[in-house]
Design a protein around this ligand. Structure first.
Ligand code: FES
Length: 145
C-alpha cells in the first residue's frame, strides 16, 4: 500500500456515508468552505434545548471524497454528545477515527471540524447562550465580505 492511500474506513464512509441530508428547523446550521479547493460543507444539528445534547446531525457536502468521509464520521461522532463535548471534537480525532488521511487531504477534515463549530455557533446565537470556549467561526462562508 502506498503512503497516500485511503484507509478502508475512509472508503467505507465515502461510498456509504452516514447522515446525509438536512434537518428541517435545525437547532444550528453551519456552512463552511475552503477557498482553495472550492469545496463546501454544511452541517445541521438537532439539539435538545434542556440538556444541550445533540440528538441528530446531518450534512451536505459539495466536496471531495475525504470531505464526504470526514463529514460522515464527524456527524456520527457528535451525536449523543453535549454541545460542550462536541466542541472538543477535533479534526485530528475525526481523522484518527477514519484510520488517517493522506497529507494533502487534512484540510478536508478541518472543514468538518469548522462546520460543526459553525453549527454550534449558530445554535448559541439563536438561543442567546454562550458555549464555553467557542469562538465565532472565521470560515462561515455567509459571513465573508
Ligand atoms: Fe477540499 Fe477535500 S479537497 S475538502
Amino acid at each position: 500500500m502506498y503512503d497516500g492511500a485511503y484507509s478502508d474506513k475512509v472508503i467505507d464512509h465515502f461510498t456509504n456515508p452516514r447522515n446525509v441530508g438536512e434537518i428541517e428547523n435545525a437547532s444550528g446550521v453551519g456552512t463552511v468552505g475552503n477557498a482553495k479547493c472550492g469545496d463546501i460543507m454544511r452541517i445541521f444539528l438537532d439539539i435538545d434545548p434542556d440538556t444541550h445534547i445533540i440528538k441528530d446531525a446531518k450534512f451536505k457536502t459539495f466536496g471531495c471524497g475525504a470531505a464526504v468521509a470526514t463529514s460522515s464520521m464527524a456527524t456520527e461522532m457528535v451525536k449523543g454528545k453535549t454541545v460542550e463535548e462536541a466542541l472538543q471534537l477535533t479534526n485530528k480525532a475525526v481523522m484518527e477515527a477514519l484510520d488517517g488521511l493522506p497529507q494533502v487531504k487534512i484540510h478536508c477534515s478541518l472543514l468538518a471540524e469548522e462546520a460543526v463549530h459553525a453549527a454550534l455557533w449558530d445554535y448559541a446565537q439563536k438561543n442567546g447562550i454562550t458555549i464555553e470556549g467557542l469562538k465565532k467561526p472565521k470560515n462561515d462562508i455567509y459571513d465573508e465580505e
